[in-house]
Design a protein around this ligand. Structure first.
Ligand code: NAD
Ligand code: WQD
Length: 336
């Protein structure tokens, strides 16, 4: 199949391109490189020994999006492109609404016009807000606590409306928990610009000596060790979740929703320990105030994806830490 991957140069997108090529799909990437580097795609080609087509294009430019559908007969779209920094979305919400919502609308209009009606959308566990109980199932109540999360919820609703209006659409909403890790080759990985917002990239920058210590945001949560608990999932497992979802789209399922998580939560302190073991580096940390907007704990019930897609996460916490460290150690400055 020929798959258009928006945001394919980014962290999850590049890992998904590897798995798509490994499965002999043809891959077309559209990315404006606003949060990524074309080098990631060079590395994807190196890992797989296969080629892909790249368009440096912006979803906000409808003509650029149309051009891709004119030049290729696309079978399905995997839509990763979007801005994702929660804190930044609070300070500049309009940029987030414009990029994520308008960008998605341009993509959906272009798809509609080209009669391409199969799409996998990158949603997030953030759409569950602060869950009433754990583990989280797909039918739990939804809410948003910040503009970034609201863009995910709004896009989910737009896609629901689209399907209601036209039953020829096949749409998978994949709600990712906390993606971490890197490809085992160490060629591709997460490469945040500036100081990382998320836990594992931050730990990794401390391990490599670029940051002096980690701030642990709160140790007075109602969790076993008092620090936040999350469902960390290896990015390669996550990428494979997309590969398993693709055939589902071609059974005309309408709109389907899956949690992509491991079903197990680890705390911030457990993550630090895991990383120390995997890297052999000490991670200095200090306990700081809670980060506004954070929840105590969050992990998935991934049973639906296992039952309906035959997918489950296989990699361990040790794999996540080892592979992150291998990538960071081999590429201290990321792709630059
Ligand atoms: P990323 O920033 O590494 O990748 C996103 C890519 O989209 C980047 O390469 C960026 O340049 C591109 N992009 C952004 N706006 C664009 C536009 N207007 N036109 C074209 N390209 C554009 O992020 P990621 O971690 O790989 O996340 C991929 C998707 O998964 C995002 O939609 C994100 O919201 C979602 N998600 C991520 C996480 C996470 O923790 N990483 C969790 C849940 C959901
Ligand atoms: C994990 C834990 C922090 C940094 C975010 C988004 C979510 C989704 C995934 C996109 C928490 C603690 C963190 C640090 C720390 N993204 N922490 N010190 O907040 O669960 O989820 O990424 O959809 O929408 O909100 O991930 O990695 O930022 O935090 O102590 O320097 O690590 O308090 O308990 P989070 P995270």
């Amino acid at each position: 199949m020929k798959i258009l991957v928006t945001g394919g140069a980014g962290y999850i997108g590049s890992h998904t391109c590897v798995e798509l090529l490994n499965e002999n799909h043809e891959v077309v990437v559209l990315d404006n490189l606003s949060n990524s580097s074309e080098e990631s795609l060079t590395r994807v080609k190196k890992i797989t020994g296969k080629s892909l087509e790249f368009y440096k294009a912006d979803l906000l430019n409808k003509k650029q999006v149309d051009a891709v559908f004119l030049e290729h007969k696309i079978d399905a779209v995997i839509h990763f492109a979007g801005l994702k920094a929660v804190g930044e979305s609070v300070s500049i919400p309009l940029k987030y609404f414009h990029n994520n919502i308008t960008g998605t609308l341009n993509l959906l209009c272009a798809m509609n016009e080209a009669n391409v009606k199969n799409i996998i959308f990158s949603s997030s566990a953030t759409v569950y807000g602060d869950p009433l109980s754990l583990p989280i199932k797909e039918d739990f109540p939804l809410s948003a606590t910040n503009p970034y999360g609201r863009t995910k919820l709004m896009i989910e609703e737009i896609l629901q409306d689209l399907y209601r209006s036209d039953k020829n659409w096949n749409i998978a909403l994949l709600r990712y928990f906390n993606p971490v890790g890197a490809h085992k080759s160490g060629e591709i990985g997460e490469d945040p610009f500036g100081i990382p917002n998320n836990l594992v990239p931050y730990i990794s920058k401390v391990a490599v000596g670029f940051l002096p210590r980690l701030n642990v945001f709160g140790n007075d949560y109602n969790t076993p060790d008092g620090t936040g608990v999350r469902d960390f999932i290896h990015v390669v497992d996550l990428a494979l979740g997309h590969i398993r979802t693709l055939p589902k789209l071609f059974t005309n399922p309408g709109i389907v929703i899956y949690n992509l998580g491991t079903g197990t939560g680890f705390s911030v302190l457990e993550m630090i320990k895991g990383f120390e073991t995997a890297s052999g580096k000490k991670i200095p940390y200090k306990i700081a105030d809670r980060r506004p907007g954070d929840i105590a704990a969050c992990w998935a019930d991934p049973a639906k994806a296992k039952d309906e897609l035959g997918w489950e996460a296989k990699k361990t916490l040790d794999d996540m830490c080892k592979d992150t460290w291998n990538w960071q150690n081999k590429n201290p400055n990321g792709y630059r």
